[in-house]
Design a protein around this ligand. Structure first.
Ligand code: SF4
Length: 715
């Protein structure tokens, strides 16, 4: 299909100092937890984005020296880092993209990680994000030292092959912003006080970097233009776009080749990495859209852009020149190529769930709900758009259950050329639990998980979707498929069992009128009394989402959780600040640190987890958000008939997703994808070994390739 002419301007080259970017797609710096220590992982991930058409591809924020070591970033400290990162710049250049690096020196609020060298900052202070360790206050010699560290790192970046060198001026983790923002700058010398004084450190630093590498590389800044009003930003303590934000653009404009702009504080409020639950596409526009009136240099904007019409319109309107994106590039590294080729129905749109961010906050490698291949480019050799014909492709496959795992598995099996794939579900629609989860407040965009897969399933001639058919074990055995995959999902516990309560809670029985599970509330619309208590020991979105939904329908809601804060996982997904404020703003009574000990028809008994003190909460209905159990009876019954399996010609029986172990949606999708990718392996129920980039004694390059003997068993 031909490209829509309205999108042509997205593919116009643009000059950035001495470099030409081939189009307007800019993968912004974002952590994948690969750093410079895992060069294959880093190069594989970034190279895939370049192959997918991103015209500029950045590695994550990069620590410039040993005293800027927050552990989770690329390090560019020495010749070894240069050597490792050169693999990444080569992999980016191989596809015609520019390679970018974002240099940062943290200042407060980040602890030194591995190096244990204290940070230097404009003023000695602790911050909201690091209230334990203060930075050392720079004297004038230290200022010269840190500026020289920037220069040395920029030279190393150039030597590693980077084309674009961004000096990071993010609000809470950049020493440059710390000097600029009065909240952090309590000095009394020529680097404090007036705007020009507070911006002096930035100007001297960028001038020095430019002198060193400006002829070879484009030098730009990533700047948090507005630190936002309270309660989600610094308010009067910070900077506003209309004030110091625009003044900074003017003050620095002659020194930079581009501006990469965003907003927020990067200190836990999550406004810069906002989820779809609370923020639409292009949500930063109110703050960044006037910047181009100030600067003469190309401007990058971010805003979880996935819609090419939106992208084209903000370029046309003059909001920015370049579309920046992290999450949309994670969900679909081939987003630009698909727009370029007019394959819009193949775009795997980011759904704004922020699972990727939670993985980073957890210290784990990158992963994505929508894209199972993210992070597996090098270590498993998975390509998001390429699939090999399965060795056993003459087999027919029955996939039972069209939830996330089943849909993904059927698609990948179809793309691997299996003769006949039947995806069978008892429901009237595909999507499994996501059908009702996406009806929870703010989760409408999560339907993208279904919509993308629905289109792909329709396109595959060897995959048939059969709805409204509930399969019995006999049906499965008589179906005629030679491979059976069971993806029948999970159900919430109806008896209150959880990590906090290994046994059923007395009185917790969702067969009773006054007790309900999430499915009963959302799918069966079970009647609830006026006073409703939601007990949440899961700690992610289900408890507060149900509480919000029920409260918005006029009920008095109490939300009891065994955790010490409401929804602790939301801290990792950058949703906690809004969730906590919004739930309380709705008048929901939040009770933390209490476990559920019994349910009676008109009350529940809860126990303080620290004092053991019991108390009662009057309630008409109790909703249990505790844990989920696999719906695996079909799998177990079929498996218990080995003779019948042989007789039916079934050579493989597998379970995937929640049917195997209830987990995140991302893990269900991954489980289905993994099985289909390895359906022709010796034992598809067990994952094939993947490349581990550990240090190996007496290593050869072959030790870091798939199939290496070092990945196999000793005996
Ligand atoms: Fe988007 Fe969610 Fe994937 Fe992150 S994990 S890129 S938010 S779909």
């Amino acid at each position: 299909m031909a490209r829509d002419p309205r999108h042509d301007l997205l593919f116009e080259p643009i000059q950035l100092g001495p470099k030409v970017m081939p189009n307007r797609f800019w993968q912004t710096p974002h952590s994948i937890q690969a750093g410079s220590d895992y060069p294959g992982f880093q190069a594989g991930y970034r190279g895939m984005a370049a192959e997918g058409g991103w015209g500029a591809v950045f590695v994550e924020s990069t620590a410039i020296s040993v005293d800027a070591d927050p552990l989770t970033v690329v390090r560019l400290w020495d010749a070894g880092d240069v050597r490792n990162l050169a693999l990444t710049t080569q992999s980016i250049h191989a596809h015609g993209a520019l390679a970018g690096v974002e240099l940062q020196y943290g200042g407060a609020p980040i602890n030194s990680g591995e190096s244990r060298v204290p940070y230097l900052g404009p003023s000695q202070m602790v911050t909201d994000a690091n209230y334990l360790s203060a930075v050392a206050e720079m004297d004038l010699e230290d200022i010269v030292l840190v500026q020289q560290l920037y220069v040395s790192a920029a030279l190393r970046a150039r030597d590693a092959g980077f084309d674009l060198i961004t000096i990071f001026a993010g609000a809470a983790i950049s020493v440059i912003a710390k000097f600029l923002i009065p909240r952090y700058n309590h000095r009394s010398d020529q680097y404090a006080g007036s705007f020009e004084n507070r911006a002096r450190f930035a100007r001297e630093t960028v001038e020095a970097v430019r002198r060193a590498v400006g002829g070879d590389c484009a030098v730009g800044m990533r700047f948090q233009l507005d630190t936002l009003p309270t309660p989600y930003g610094f308010g009067e303590d910070g900077i506003s776009a209309a004030g110091d934000g625009h003044r900074f653009l003017t003050f620095m404009d002659d020194l930079v080749d581009y501006w990469d702009l965003n907003v927020g504080t990067l200190s836990g409020e999550g406004e810069d990495i906002a989820p779809s639950r609370t923020h639409p596409e292009n949500h930063q526009a109110p703050y960044v859209s006037h910047a181009k009136r100030i600067t003469t240099k190309p401007v990058v904007n971010v805003g979880r852009f996935t819609n090419p019409d939106t992208m084209a319109s903000i370029l046309t309107s003059g909001q920015c020149d370049i579309i920046g994106a992290a999450r949309p590039s994670i969900a679909d590294p081939f987003l630009p190529a698909k727009i370029r080729d007019g394959r819009l129905d193949e775009i795997r749109e980011c759904m704004g769930c922020n699972y990727c961010i939670s993985k980073f906050e957890f210290g784990s490698r990158v992963a994505c709900t929508q894209n199972a291949t993210t992070g597996e480019e090098f270590r498993r050799g998975w390509h998001p758009e390429r699939f090999t014909q399965a060795v056993n492709s003459d087999n027919s496959v029955l996939v039972v259950g069209a939830g996330p795992a089943g849909m993904e598995c059927a698609i990948v099996l179809g793309k691997r050329g299996m003769a006949d794939v039947h995806l069978v579900d008892a429901g009237k629609e595909i999507g499994g639990s996501v059908r009702w989860i996406s009806q929870l407040p703010g989760l409408n965009e999560w339907r993208r998980l279904i919509e993308y897969r629905s289109i792909q399933l329709d396109k595959l001639p060897n995959v048939e979707t059969i709805l409204g058919r509930r399969m019995s074990p006999t049906d499965v055995l008589e179906y005629g498929a030679s491979i059976v995959v069971v993806a029948t999902g999970s159900e919430w516990a109806a008896d209150g069992r959880s990590g906090a309560h290994m046994d059923a809670v007395p009185g917790a029985d969702a067969r009773l009128d006054h007790v309900a599970t999430p499915e009963q509330v959302m799918v069966e619309d079970k009647a609830l009394g006026h006073a409703v208590t939601v007990f949440d020991s899961e700690g992610y979105y289900m408890g507060y989402s149900l509480a919000e939904r029920i409260a918005r329908r006029g009920h008095d809601v109490t939300l009891v959780t065994s955790h010490s804060i409401l929804s602790p996982y939301s801290r990792l997904s950058a949703e906690s600040a809004r969730v906590n404020r919004e739930i309380r703003g709705l008048g929901i009574n939040v009770v933390i640190d209490h476990s559920l000990t019994s349910i009676e028809p008109t009350s529940i008994t809860v126990q303080d987890v620290w004092t053991d003190k019991m108390s009662q909460i009057r309630t008409d209905s109790t909703v249990l958000v505790t844990q989920r159990y696999s719906t695996d009876s079909l799998y177990r019954e079929v498996k218990s008939r080995p003779g019948s399996l042989v007789q039916a010609g079934i050579t493989g029986l597998y379970r995937i997703g929640d049917c195997f172990a209830p987990s995140f949606l991302a893990e269900a999708i991954y489980s289905g994808h993994r099985l289909a990718r390895e359906i022709d392996s010796p034992d598809p129920s067990r994952p094939l070994p993947y490349i581990r980039e550990r240090r190996l004694l007496d290593a050869a390059e072959d030790d870091y390739r798939l199939g290496s003997l070092t990945l196999g068993p000793v005996h």
